[in-house]
Design a protein around this ligand. Structure first.
Ligand SMILES: Cc1ncc(COP(=O)(O)O)c(C=O)c1O
Length: 402
């Protein structure tokens, strides 16, 4: 933006890995007069949302909807199922895994952390090995992030459940899908997850402030004997009121209008198409990064994230300075870096309501910003991304014509 201007022209490129741009249709759906949250119209809206959200988590069990950010749903998962002093197994995938672990400690749980270097996802074999040593089954829950937003690494949830079963361990499995839900394949029931934590502001294309717990029968049973104190987050209260189409407290009515529309839009596109789009955009981004000669933080392709790519800058180049230059010049925002890699990388979010053209615009701004910031790189990353998208789309176009 020119120094003498107080406004940047055009759309802001919000390429952080959430919150993501909210589609106009969702915004319009929220822009509606308030209704009585104990009235018949609300009951219909609540039913649509409570039924609809199950299709996103792929569950037939209830999904609890909280007026809270994802952090609230993390807390809800723990306090509804566990008791003070319970041991829980967590995996150090990055900043958000650290934060969930710190929360568990604050709540009086005893987390055991499988160490990680922030460059891969959770390894099912390491989880199995750890659980096999717990002969008396003192570990009550395994808590993992499906997608570690801080590093761009995706963990394999189905194999993790199989690893828990292979160890013959009765532990609950809790999964954070805050930056993967509605962007990549996820199957709460089929994969045997007990509590899935979700958030509104990423793949669901909503503003922040709403989050979810999808539960299993086993988790509901655990909640009957769990002793951690809870009130606002208590599942029972919520589930009882849902039967009548209401919430125990004043619900975020406008957010529910948004959610209703966002779910409708995801199904209009088709969930499998949504996932394929995210895979294509992620692969195009990684190809651009490699063509620039830069390194992807996630060092093992089997863990590549479909929603966010963290890009390491060469030694001596400050990623925060790069982000500042890109924002000021091209009105594009990237995700920041954390922990041992603070200031060493920036993150390109490619999730939510984003298409091929948006991504190419974002990658174009990135290539220009690398040049302006004096970061050594090869030209042509955007061309490589375009070539990949063209080949992927021509395959799709051919298939449609056949
Ligand atoms: C994977 C993951 N878990 C948890 C959180 C915390 O969610 P919130 O900031 O909505 O409280 C985030 C936020 O980005 C996240 O990416």
């Amino acid at each position: 933006m020119p120094q003498n201007a107080s406004r940047a022209a055009g759309r802001h490129f919000l390429q952080i890995p959430g919150p993501t741009p909210v589609p106009d249709r969702v915004l319009r759906a929220m822009d509606t007069p308030l209704i009585d949250h104990r009235g018949p119209e609300f009951a219909k809206l609540a039913k649509r949302c409570l039924d609809g959200i199950k299709t996103i988590f792929k569950t037939t069990n209830p999904v609890i909807i909280y007026t809270a950010t994802g952090t609230g749903a993390w807390e809800a998962a723990l306090v509804n199922t566990l008791s003070p002093g319970d041991r829980v197994l967590m995996v150090e995938t990055g900043q958000f895994a650290n934060l969930w672990k710190t929360m568990a400690e604050k709540l009086g749980l005893k987390p055991e952390f499988i160490k990680g270097d922030w460059r891969t996802g959770a390894d099912p074999a390491a989880i199995e090995e750890h659980l096999r040593k717990d002969k008396t089954h003192e570990i009550k829950a395994v808590c993992v992030l499906h997608n570690e937003t801080a590093t761009g690494c995706l963990s394999p949830i189905d194999p993790i459940r199989k690893a828990i079963n292979a160890a013959g361990h009765p532990s609950l499995l809790m999964v954070d899908t805050i930056s993967s839900l509605a962007s990549t394949d996820y199957r709460h029931d089929e994969w045997g997850v007990d509590v899935t934590v979700g958030g509104a502001q990423k793949g669901l294309m909503m503003p922040p402030g709403m989050s979810f717990n999808a539960v299993s029968e086993k988790a509901l049973r655990a909640s009957k004997t769990a002793k951690l104190p809870r009130s606002f987050f208590q599942w029972d209260d919520m589930l009882n009121m849902y039967k009548q189409g209401f919430f125990p407290y004043t619900p975020a009515t406008q957010m529910l209008y948004g959610l209703d529309t966002a779910i409708e839009m995801l199904h209009e596109e088709g969930l499998d198409n949504v996932f394929a789009r995210h895979d294509r955009l992620a692969e195009a981004t990684r190809r651009a990064v490699r063509a620039w000669g830069l390194e992807i933080l996630c060092r093992d392709p089997q863990y590549y994230s479909p929603t966010v790519t963290a890009v390491l800058l060469p030694d001596g180049h400050d990623a925060d300075r790069f982000r500042g230059i890109a924002l000021n010049t091209f009105n594009i925002a990237y995700g920041a870096s954390f922990g041992p890699y603070a200031k060493k990388y920036f993150r390109i979010g490619h999730l939510g309501d984003i298409n091929d053209a948006t991504l190419i615009g974002a990658l174009g701004a990135t290539e220009m910003a690398l040049k302006l910031a004096g970061v050594p790189h090869n030209k042509g990353g955007v061309q490589v991304a375009m070539d990949y998208i063209v080949s992927a789309q021509s395959g799709a176009t051919r298939a449609a014509a056949e």
